[in-house]
Design a protein around this ligand. Structure first.
Ligand SMILES: Cc1cc2nc3c(=O)[nH]c(=O)nc-3n(C[C@H](O)[C@H](O)[C@H](O)COP(=O)(O)OP(=O)(O)OC[C@H]3O[C@@H](n4cnc5c(N)ncnc54)[C@H](O)[C@@H]3O)c2cc1C
Length: 498
């Protein structure tokens, strides 16, 4: 792996692999434990494919009791556990460690309860994001957060990464749409948080778990809010002669008090790639393309579309097309939703970054990113949730050319530093994982990071769940004042520091 230090594997655990596998097979019989190298290979990476590591073993539990028993066993024997959903993480969140058990949750694939009077659906964590909408759409409902990976990614992974999508601008991220969870702690204990009711007493643990990146527990059941489909939804394609003008238009639309259902931007490289791949009817003579969707009652949508188009004209737009049918609206989005794989067709490899900035800084940041691209000698395609200020620069490189991965990583780090410099944050929706781990001190002070680790210690004091992710330096819980140190003897002296 390039440049990313991970906790050193325990030689003792590696030597004991056969015994560990035998013990796990006592908990899950049959094909639920995978230990042969050739069968482990598909689990060696997630969508951050630049990094790979075969785990010690993979387990595929089917019941909460099995999850609990496995975690209890791993806790007692100090075996690390990496939870995994569909493996589409772009930040390396599901990357295994050599001495870890990878716990795939994809056999938890049942919809348990559809409760439309309460606008709630209860599902197992391996259900895909889109699967939830499919289960309720015949009744006119849908699940709002819609990552572009929604056909594949699991709701468990969405919670761990606090995923968003093109409609999060108006309807929120995962955290705003989850009502309840069941989760198994590293000790094997099962906890339940929230439910179909509104608001819960006590600390807001649900919010804490959304975006916890598999570091605090394994989610085994999820209750989500579903929404009624809006009466009308229409999308406009608006082309601009430059990304800066498009960025300014985004800021002006929000500044005018309009919150579109979605507002996305693509630059020239991304427009060309998406059009070539999907034939969405995108104009090819513009430098930046905005998709703005307005939804709600028909009269309101018509009025807002007019306001948006006059703001676009004020920002020198050169192209405007409004969807006339549902098919046309879906085609506009199809190009955007396939933009990542489309860019994958024009470059052997790409790194997808995920920083968030205050919207007002968009024109300035887009300009400075161009300069950074020249400095690092790499091309960058921009596809992003413009309304949220959530950037997804796709840095194009070829891993076969020596030094290009390192250059791409350095370019990406510079972009994220820029996001923090203008008052933004390191991640919008893809999580920190290993990708942004070492940049955390750019944003957080030592005290901030220690306080976050104290929360981690409260859930997993042995640091066995998904180690090596999120925190740049792993502090022993004892150092953080969580544990009693008796005569200099630390309770867990073998916790790796890296
Ligand atoms: C082409 C493409 C487009 C994408 N577009 C978007 C987008 O628009 N918006 C967006 O937000 N993301 C996007 N992503 C990123 C990714 O799809 C999301 O982060 C998604 O939520 C990951 O879900 P997963 O099931 O694949 O999880 P995995 O990749 O398997 O795991 C991700 C993290 O979740 C943890 N985890 C998984 N399941 C559980 C569980 N049951 N309990 C506890 N922890 C768990 C893992 O340990 C890991 O830390 C995209 C990815 C790709 C490849």
């Amino acid at each position: 792996m390039s440049g990313i230090a991970m906790p050193k594997p325990s030689q003792e655990l590696l030597r004991n692999k056969a015994q560990i596998v035998k013990d796990l097979q006592r908990i899950i019989s049959g094909e639920g434990v995978i230990c042969e190298e050739i069968e482990l290979r598909p689990y060696e990476t997630d969508a951050l494919t630049a990094y790979r590591q075969i785990p010690l073993a993979v387990v595929l539990p089917e019941t909460v009791e099995q999850v609990s028993q496995i975690l209890k066993y791993c806790y007692a024997n100090e075996v690390k556990v990496v939870p995994r959903g569909a493996g589409t993480s772009l930040s390396g969140g599901a990357l295994p460690l050599a001495d870890s058990v990878l716990m795939s949750m994809m056999k938890f694939n049942q919809i348990l309860d559809i409760d439309l009077p309460n606008r709630a659906v209860v599902v197992q964590p391996g259900v895909t994001n889109l699967g939830i909408t499919h289960a309720v759409q015949h009744e006119g409902f849908y699940y709002a957060p819609d990552p572009s990976s929604q056909i594949a990614c699991s709701i468990g992974g969405n919670i761990a990464e606090n995923s968003g999508g093109v409609h999060s601008l108006k309807y929120g991220l995962t955290t705003n749409n989850v009502l309840g969870l069941e989760m198994v702690l590293m000790s094997g204990e099962v906890i339940r948080l929230g439910g179909k009711h509104l608001d819960a007493e006590g600390y807001d643990f649900l919010a804490l778990l959304a975006g916890s990146e598999g570091l605090l527990g394994v989610v085994t059941e999820v209750t989500v809010r579903v929404l009624q489909k809006p009466e009308t939804a229409r999308a406009a394609l608006i082309g601009f002669p430059s990304s800066e003008q498009a960025g300014q238009c985004v800021a002006d639309i929000i500044g005018a008090g309009i919150i579109p259902g979605g507002m996305e931007l693509m630059d020239k490289l991304a427009i060309d790639a998406a059009e070539d791949f999907v034939h969405a009817g995108y104009p090819l003579d513009v430098e930046a393309l905005m998709i703005v969707e307005l939804d709600g009652p028909e009269a309101e949508v018509d009025r807002l579309l007019q306001e948006v188009s006059s703001l676009a004209t004020q920002n020198n737009s050169t192209y405007l097309r409004v969807s006339e049918t549902e098919d046309e609206r879906n085609t506009f989005w199809a190009g955007r939703k396939a933009a990542f794989p489309a860019v994958g067709r024009i470059s052997p490899d790409y790194l997808c970054m995920d920083g968030t900035i205050p919207r007002k800084a968009l024109p300035q940041v887009l300009k400075r990113m161009q300069v950074l691209g020249e400095k690092h000698g790499l091309r960058c395609a921009n596809v992003f949730h413009a309304g949220d200020g959530n950037l997804h620069p796709l840095i194009l490189y070829d891993a076969n050319n020596p030094g290009e991965l390192e250059a791409a990583e350095a370019f990406g780090a510079d972009i994220l530093r820029l996001c923090v410099e203008v008052g933004g944050v390191l991640t919008g929706e893809h999580g920190v994982g290993i990708e942004k781990r070492d940049l955390m001190p750019e944003m957080f002070s030592e005290t901030d990071l220690k306080q976050q680790q104290r929360v981690k210690c409260a859930f997993d004091e042995k640091h066995l769940l998904n180690p090596g992710k999120v925190f740049p330096v792993l502090h022993r819980c004892a150092e953080l004042g969580r544990m009693h140190v008796h005569k200099g003897q630390l309770p867990f002296p073998n916790i790796p520091r890296f």
